[in-house]
Design a protein. Structure first.
Ligand code: PBG
Length: 298
């Protein structure tokens, strides 16, 4: 395992000189664009090749328009990274939950997400992100048909060479809790069970991955990571595509909470967790531990 397999998540927020700590995720911040650039210089110097960018917009509305605003927060962050740290690979998280006032990953009709009406907005978001400098777009919404919709919109927009990293087997997980603090994206009613997967289902995970590959996904992801190593193992063996695992916010928060109590050795547990995710088949790992692990592995 080397730092070359890590992707570091970043949370871009409006303003100047802002570094707002996320309480449940020690060492993780909401960063204004100038601070994102500083962070990216550090990440790059540590030998980590890529970042994934999330956004906390100025305002939210029912249709998540901040997500596909060409001057939106993620678009500005991507553009700044492209200018200032050109050697870093830029991945954009393509979803609407950070931009909707109800916190769901798509537009809502009768208190449930309208899958098909959401597709066009996700496609628009992906094209806007590619235009702003995303090298890869990563849809995390789990709407059915979104990879195909995004692929055709990217192709039509002149981005036929922009690959799609699909959050293909994304489970409806309690381990996303701290992320929703970081991104202020908790659903205001209901939950994500109508679009994210039931943690008990393994074969459904495989079907979701197959569908995304058929629709044109270039890389697939399993999320969360540690509680889903069986899914990861099978995904890599069965499909053979470049396969990512997302060690999510709750996995990171657990390590920190236990270490803060003196209940486990943070450094050993961090490296062990990443090693086991790698062993289970991850070609690359999205992790908040990327900077710590890069230092430990140096
Ligand atoms: C957006 C998204 C989420 C995460 C990544 N993209 C939150 C969610 O689905 O609720 C979670 C990442 C993490 O917990 O670290 N849909």
């Amino acid at each position: 395992m080397t730092p070359e397999i890590f992707v570091y998540p970043l949370f871009a927020c409006p303003g100047e000189g802002i570094r707002k700590p996320v309480p449940s995720m020690p060492g993780v911040y909401n960063l204004s664009v100038d601070q994102i650039v500083e962070e990216c210089l550090e990440v790059h110097a540590l030998g980590i090749p890529a970042v994934i960018v999330f956004g906390i917009p100025e305002g939210k509305d029912a249709v998540g328009s901040g997500g596909y605003d060409d001057d939106g927060i993620v678009q500005r962050a991507l553009n700044a990274i492209r200018q200032e740290v050109p050697g870093l690979l830029r991945i954009a998280d393509t979803c609407l939950c950070e931009y909707t006032d109800h916190g769901h990953c798509g537009v809502v009709e009768n208190r449930d997400v309208d899958n098909d009406r959401t597709l066009a907005l996700l496609a628009r978001t992906a094209v806007s992100q590619a235009r702003a400098g995303a090298d890869v777009v990563a849809p995390s919404d789990m709407m059915d048909g979104r990879v195909a919709a995004i692929r055709s919109a990217l192709d039509a927009g002149g981005f036929e060479r922009t690959p799609i990293l699909s959050y293909a087997a994304k489970y409806c997980s309690a381990f996303y809790g701290p992320f929703r603090d970081a991104a202020q994206s908790a659903p205001q009613f209901g939950d994500r069970r109508t679009y994210q997967m039931d943690p008990a289902n393994h074969r459904e995970g495989m079907r979701e991955i197959r569908a995304d590959i058929q629709e044109g996904a270039d890389m697939v992801m399993v999320k969360p990571a540690m509680p889903y190593l069986d899914v990861l193992w099978h995904a890599k063996r069965r499909f053979g595509l470049p396969t990512a695992a997302y060690q999510v916010s709750g996995e990171y928060a657990m390590l920190h909470a236990a270490a803060a109590n003196g209940w486990l050795d943070f450094e050993r547990a961090a490296i062990e967790s990443l090693t086991c995710i790698r062993r289970a088949g991850a070609d690359f790992i999205l992790t908040y531990l990327a900077k710590d692990a890069a230092r430990l592995l140096a």
